[in-house]
Design a protein around this ligand. Structure first.
Ligand code: NAD
Length: 295
């Protein structure tokens, strides 16, 4: 398999395109927005430059990586000849169902359709296609070129063959794939989000302040960053939406989002992307520093 289509050139899509291209795949990066494609390409070039500066990539390999990527706003042209499509468009059920319905019509019968969704059911997404055996979750972590884990999520009907192919592809990218089943939150967010929610609840109950909570978790549990800072990094709106998926999916009050999280999202305090969350990022430098803690 040489040709990979990636749908969505945002945070995750450009990282996924970067990684496949760096490992020699031909990547068709697709977005509805030409501006998003240009900004995605600029991010890839910047991240490759950083790797060259750090000595982890040669200038030649950087150029080959960029040459391996083409950009498209047309889904049909962008997916032509793709053996695998990785969808990393906006987290919205209706949008993803629509994309998969179209992909099912446009792509060759053998093409595998993967989604990078953080929380939407793979089985539900697969139901929009006539090839549920070839639909799978390929959940990369942010930032994709750095993080080793790929959570491979098997929908109810995902075939062994599809799983084997996708696991082998993840390994070719020098990643560590871990197979999990399709239940709300999968594994990563099912464990991470209740921890983040509980840390917000701890703050809300006045047990300790933001810095104290994060310091306990950093120094006491050897986490690279505290849960409140991590929530700012992920986006408080994203955390809230994943908690809603788990709450709705399990009907268990333990996943109910903390009222403070709900209030902050309503007030537009979304973390790094809005400039303020549990921390203040109004100077661009601070936000960059937090992002660098992950690289
Ligand atoms: N951000 C994270 O840390 C993270 C981590 C793991 C998984 N995810 C998942 O990855 C996916 C993408 O998240 P993101 O953070 O990169 O989002 P983003 O908002 O940064 O990017 C989404 C991109 O999708 C494009 N898009 C929207 N509709 C489209 C369509 N019909 N066709 C093509 N492109 C379209 C948008 O123009 C945008 O450029 C989501 O499903 C999200 O849950 C995100």
């Amino acid at each position: 398999m040489k040709n990979i289509a990636v749908i969505g050139a945002g945070t995750m899509g450009n990282g996924i395109a970067h990684t496949f291209a760096q490992y020699g795949f031909h990547v068709m990066l697709i977005d509805i927005s030409e501006k998003a494609l240009q900004s995605g390409l600029a991010t890839i070039a910047r991240n490759l430059d950083r790797m060259v500066e750090k000595g982890t990539l040669t200038e030649d390999r950087k150029q080959q990586t960029l040459d391996n990527i083409s950009t498209h706003t047309d889904l049909q042209k962008g997916t032509g000849g793709a053996g695998l499509v990785v969808e990393a468009a906006t987290e919205n059920l209706e949008l993803k169902l629509d994309i998969f319905k179209k992909l099912d019509k446009l792509c060759a019968p053998q093409t595998i359709l993967a989604t990078n969704t953080s929380s939407i059911s793979i089985t539900k997404i697969a139901s929009a296609t006539r090839r549920p055996g070839q639909v799978i979750g390929m959940h990369f972590m942010n930032p994709v070129p750095i993080m080793k884990l790929v959570e491979i999520i098997r929908g109810y009907s995902t075939s062994d063959e599809t799983t084997k192919t996708v696991v082998a592809l993840a390994e070719k990218l020098d990643k560590i794939p871990v197979e999990v089943n399709d239940y709300p939150g999968f594994v990563a967010n099912r464990i991470l989000m209740p921890m983040i929610n509980e840390s917000i609840e701890t703050l809300y109950n006045g047990v300790a302040g933001v810095k104290a909570i994060d310091t306990v978790m950093k120094l006491g549990m050897a986490h690279p960053m505290g849960p409140l800072q991590l929530a700012d990094f992920i986006g408080l709106d994203v955390c809230l939406s994943i908690l809603h998926v788990m709450y709705d999916g399990f009907k268990n009050p333990k996943y109910a989002p903390c009222p403070l999280l709900v209030n902050m999202v309503t007030a537009g305090k979304l973390g790094i992307k809005s400039g303020e969350g549990f921390y203040d990022y109004t100077t661009g430098k601070k936000a960059e520093k937090v992002a660098e803690m992950f690289s």
